[in-house]
Design a protein around this ligand. Sequence first.
Ligand code: FES
Length: 443
Amino acid sequence: MDRHLSPTIDAQWFRPQIDPTVLRDLCTRRNLPAVVSTLLWLLTMLATATLVVTTWGSWWLIPALIAHGVTACGAADARWHECGHGTAFAAQRANDAIYWIASFLLLREPTVWRWSHARHHSETIMVGRDPEIAFPRPPRLWVIAVNLIHLHAGSLALLRICRHGFGKIHPDVASYVPESEHRRVVTEARIFLGLLVLIATLCAVSASVLPALVIGLPAFYGAWVVMFFGATQHAGLAQNVVDHRLSTRTVKMNPVFRFLYLNMNHHTEHHLFPTVPYHRLPDLQTAIADELPVPIPSTWAAYRQILPTLWAQRHNVTHELRPSLPAPLCPPSEDSSPHTPNRLVNVDVVNVDEVTTSTLSPGRMCAVRTAQGEALLCRVTTQDWVLTDALCTHGDARLVDGVLDGWILECPRHNGRFDLRDGTALRRPATVNLNVSNFEPRG
Ligand code: FES
């Protein structure tokens, strides 16, 4: 297991019951929704950039900048997030390309944030472990205020990029990014610095700040949009709990907000099942509604609970919101010790010698009991069966709860991916290969 993970990753985090067939359907990746949404985003970003250029020198520049901040920062953040999970497009290269472009627009170092976000999912709002706690307690109001235009967080991000560009890894970053990735962090920081120098040169040559207003500065003047949506995710909710229903919020939002935010208003569902792409999150909510708190009815209603809670936390750091949870559908399983890997209660384990060709259809997988312990059996095609490790090499997640797409197996916790042909770890944060062997079923 990755040495950067703490015991809390192994804790028995709450997972709702869901039929594996339904989950498999919800996890199906498609290019079309993301292609349409991305084209629309790029077009609106181009249109607002044109507005900024054409209104330069007039008062109309102010609404143009607001609109450009919404597209080039607010909407970029949602694309960055979904592509970072690798769930927006079916095509991995498309996810990676948009993730990189959005990372630059937001001044977020791609590799650093990939690892930080994996940690955020493993240890959501665990104080001292989650590097993405947006409102640490007690909240500092001046920091929140200046971060509406990214002054505090953005300055720190720029300083960190400079530091990494000079080959020095920030100690916080070193605590969650493995050493094997440090070289990549330095290279990316140098590329970012080169692009920033290019924008500065364009400004100098044109004797105008206009180029930077279009690319670079939107990360600052559009930061309020990121905060506007982002605060609804976790602010004011419980910290240090192993139940995303208590630390994460789902809010009903209008279609424009959902387009900009890419359905991340279904944030509890996203944390519970990060392998489900954004366009299926409303269906996921329906599938597990019996075990979720009632969604907050509007963004306004969310802020009516967030703002007073943050205000009260200035003097009382233990004050927090606790959504009321539905009664459990079934009692906790007997093996729910703190170090039992997460499992879906409705996944059976089959004895390996009892597996026949009818046990699994192609594209399916199941947990099997072997002499060495539990393993994962995947029927990739009609003829190809692969026996592999039950647990992900990054954390302690049961891979049977993940997604099998052709020869690619995706981990349910951080979307790490493996090629079942030889076990190669294809996608971070998984970097260690799986053991794989061919399998012959009986009959
Ligand atoms: S547990 Fe992190 S990628 Fe599998």
